[in-house]
Design a protein around this ligand. Structure first.
Ligand code: AMP
Ligand code: ZN
Length: 114
């Protein structure tokens, strides 16, 4: 997707602080962090929203969560706890239409979210 912000980050056209990458997954720091650790984990392949996921994407979605877990573990924050969330469409607050798992850690979080 030529006009997708996260595809541009994936392609190095927009700078980011990449903290994890493998064949299928990329993770970088959120530019507007909401916790001491706030990382976005994305599939390299453009998928606009969770509504666009297909059955064959199940392993890819699993890889997003496994990458998130590894990042938090590597920072030593996993045992204290962390949050992983994916917003879908307008009412959930999705603003970038390339799916991304928010990974937030390093502070106490509350529920329900706003
Ligand atoms: P969402 O609102 O769930 O779609 O999340 C989009 C996230 O992307 C927000 O938390 C933004 O702060 C973040 N964001 C927007 N632009 C950039 C960028 N250039 N680099 C890193 N994160 C970004
Ligand atoms: Zn994209």
């Amino acid at each position: 997707m030529s006009d997708c912000l996260f595809c541009k980050i994936r392609d190095g056209e927009i700078p980011s602080n990449i903290i994890y990458e493998d064949e299928n997954v990329l993770a970088f720091e959120d530019v507007n962090p909401q916790a001491p650790l706030h990382v976005l984990v994305i599939p390299r392949r453009h998928i606009a929203t969770a509504n666009d996921l297909q059955a064959q994407d199940a392993p890819l979605i699993g890889q997003l969560f496994l990458a998130a877990k590894k990042i938090v573990q590597d920072r030593g924050l996993a045992e204290d706890g962390y949050r992983m969330v994916m917003n879908c469409n307008e009412q959930a607050g999705q603003t970038v239409f390339h799916i991304h798992l928010h990974v937030l850690a390093g502070r106490i979080m509350h529920w329900p979210p706003g």
